[in-house]
Design a protein. Structure first.
Ligand SMILES: [Zn+2]
Ligand SMILES: [Zn+2]
Lengths: 198, 245
């Protein structure tokens, strides 16, 4: 029955984050009207992703082979590692164009109240990468919230014995924001992170 | 559900793409989860006000029976940022929050103001003195009492005798004291007169006066042992402790 196939796709699509029933319906009918090969390419990309995607052996980014594209890239600055919580964060840093080193994905952040402890994250593996040498800077780009901060402090301690500079991304007022609407915590962090105007 | 109150953030979890469900202990409505729209977006008007332990004036919108009222406003009263920046103190504070969530039923408005003040007291104590061993143990004793698990320490539970000379033992399974004459064959812990006195003060004193009580190290460790045993055996509660990092 034709109602069944479209209904099925709508149901599958509404499982995606941020996709409500209405959006799912719109997408389903859009796909229905797509060219056969485009629709197949979409379906194929999804199947491919699930079949081939795995974790990079070195940085835990999403990879399609042993090492991810960034770790394989000979043009990257191998002396710098940017630490993020999730693989999806790498895309955001990459799009910014502000970093040309390697990454390390922790696969989460410390959270005592949820029982997330250091052993459950890829912190050991990060320490191992630094221990092997050749790393000059570790940039910690965990989220600017309590869990991210706690994680950053923990990593800083874990890297204490090594001759490596540990830096934290700056945070504070969002670009385009207005001081009048800043809350006390954000304002305090902005003041702490102040720097000389060059 | 009725609008404005004060809340302390116990914990939060991501919901959907950029939303958050915040678990509050509120002054007027007890423990309440609230739905916050888009706080994880960088330009959110909630700013840092939904971070754990933030004490804020909040507005919750929704019908009385709504499962998940919507958070429409959150203005910080006390940020507890210094507490969050101390890893050890933060882990201890997580322990307090875990106790609150374990022991106090959600939506219980009866006694909510007391629970609220108690948590504020605990957070304040830990912010001033991270690593304190006094604050967590007193907090535990008082939150147990709020939950209806106060150990009964007024005298022998059988004959009613009060005098210290009868050498009391505490029977954790019963949550009560028996004197030397009434003692029975069951697991018990000896209670020193000093500890009995201390426990009496810790249970009766108003929060703002608790800081004046300064038990010595030996008495403090006796107190800790007592509270832990009562918690485990008497209240029969296990809480996964917040693990040190
Ligand atoms: Zn990689
Ligand atoms: Zn007796």
């Amino acid at each position: 029955m034709s109602q069944g196939v479209i209904e099925n796709l709508i149901e599958q699509l509404s499982k995606l984050p941020g996709v409500g029933r209405k959006t799912a319906q719109r997408l389903a009918f859009f796909i229905l009207n797509m060219k056969e090969e485009d629709a197949s390419a979409l379906a194929g990309a999804i199947t491919d992703l699930k079949r081939k995607a795995r974790s990079c052996r070195l940085c835990f980014n999403i990879a399609d082979s042993d090492l991810c594209g960034i770790c394989r890239d000979s043009l990257r600055d191998k002396k710098r590692i940017c630490v993020v919580e999730e693989p999806s964060n790498i895309l955001v840093v990459e799009r910014s164009g502000g970093f040309n080193g390697l990454y390390h994905v922790l696969m989460g952040a410390l959270s005592p109240i949820d029982g997330i402890t250091p052993e459950m994250l890829k912190i050991k593996e990060l320490v191992e990468r630094v221990r092997e040498g050749g790393i000059e800077e570790v940039v910690i780009a965990t989220n600017p919230n309590t869990k991210g901060e706690l994680t950053a402090r923990h990593i800083k301690e874990a890297l204490g014995p090594f001759d490596v500079s540990v830096t934290r991304i700056a945070y504070g007022l969002p670009l385009g924001g207005d001081i009048e609407f800043a809350d006390e915590i954000t304002m305090k962090k902005s003041l702490e992170g102040r720097r000389k105007i060059e | 559900m009725p609008g404005r109150t004060e809340g302390i953030v116990l914990k939060s979890r991501p919901f959907g793409e950029a939303d958050l469900i915040v678990e509050y202990l509120t002054r007027d409505f007890g423990i309440r989860p609230a739905f916050a729209k888009s706080p994880r977006k960088i330009k959110s008007r909630f700013g840092g006000s939904l971070e754990p332990f933030t004490h804020a004036r909040i507005s919750l919108m929704g019908r009385e029976d709504a499962n998940l009222p919507r958070l429409t406003q959150s203005d910080i009263i006390r940020p507890f940022q210094t507490l969050r920046e101390h890893s050890g103190g933060f882990v201890q504070a997580c322990g307090l929050a875990a106790l609150v969530m374990k022991l106090l039923p959600e939506r219980e408005t009866h006694g909510a103001p007391d629970a609220f003040e108690l948590l504020l007291w605990g957070l304040d104590g830990l912010e001033r003195e991270p690593g304190s061993s006094f604050v967590p143990v007193v907090f535990k004793l008082r939150v147990l009492a709020l939950a209806g698990y106060a150990p009964s320490l007024s005298g022998c539970a059988r004959c009613g005798r009060q005098s210290e000379a009868f050498n009391f033992s505490f029977y954790p399974r019963d949550g009560a004291l028996l004197c030397g004459d009434c003692k029975k064959d069951a697991p018990a812990i000896k209670i020193s007169a000093a500890l009995k006195g201390l426990l009496g003060s810790l249970q009766a004193f108003p929060l703002e006066k608790l800081a004046r009580i300064k038990p010595g190290e030996k008495l403090l460790s006796e107190l800790k042992g007592f509270v832990e045993t009562h918690f485990r055996e008497g209240a029969n509660i296990t809480v996964k402790p917040a693990r040190p990092l």
